[in-house]
Design a protein around this ligand. Structure first.
Ligand SMILES: CC(C)(COP(=O)(O)OP(=O)(O)OC[C@H]1O[C@@H](n2cnc3c(N)ncnc32)[C@H](O)[C@@H]1OP(=O)(O)O)[C@@H](O)C(=O)NCCC(=O)NCCS
Length: 168
């Protein structure tokens, strides 16, 4: 059985393009750090892994919100909805009001499609077009409206919010 570290490392290493082995190590280590800090961690059918880390909406601190990352599926198993099924499984367990993700619209825009006005929890140049939310409690993000957010621990490291080219 592969560990979360191995799944993350192998997936990002094989991805190539904007990622190289330094990114693979960075994200695999992020996963390990988040797990050590108590983030929710899910290995799905031995081939997919993700962490869900609590995040606070400043104007609605009672809401249960998470950021999902890093997410990886072993190269031989990609394109077979493992990531989608992992997210479905995690959402059943978390009892979250909303889940946020910073990432490629190709991967996330369909599933994370709730309009929102929640600011990044860390100062970043990341485009807001890549900052997605999915509410699990209907209407909750519209009700909150514009708000700052915060996060602690390994995910508060500004490097995690930079472009891949600026992370290494
Ligand atoms: C991204 C990744 C997690 C997707 O896992 P997967 O199991 O192949 O994804 P799924 O089959 O469940 O597809 C999820 C969605 O992403 C889309 N998608 C997945 N891979 C894609 C690709 N290479 N190009 C375009 N769209 C893609 C699917 O069409 C689907 O979209 P939909 O919900 O609108 O139908 C996987 O390819 C991976 O581990 N990549 C390397 C690491 C990485 O890039 N992580 C994400 C960083 S933002």
């Amino acid at each position: 059985m592969k560990t979360p570290y191995q799944i993350q490392y192998e997936a990002f290493l094989a991805e190539g393009g904007i990622y190289d082995e330094r990114h693979a190590k960075l994200y695999a280590e992020l996963a390990e750090d988040l797990i050590a800090e108590g983030s929710y961690s899910i290995v799905f059918e031995g081939v997919a892994h993700a962490c869900y880390t609590p995040m606070t909406l400043v104007n609605a601190p009672h809401l249960k919100c998470y950021i999902m990352a890093p997410l990886a599926v072993l190269p031989d198993f990609q394109g077979q909805r493992y990531a989608t099924r992992l997210m479905e499984e995690a959402e059943k367990h978390l009892n979250a009001d909303a889940i946020f993700v910073l990432g490629d619209p190709m991967h996330y825009a369909t599933r994370y499609n709730t309009p929102h006005q929640v600011a990044f929890p860390v100062e970043t140049q990341a485009p807001v077009e890549c900052w997605f939310a999915k509410e699990l409690t209907p209407g909750v993000l519209a009700q909150v409206g514009e708000t700052a957010s915060s996060i602690t621990g390994a995910f508060a490291n500004p490097i995690m919010w930079k472009e891949p080219s600026e992370q290494v």
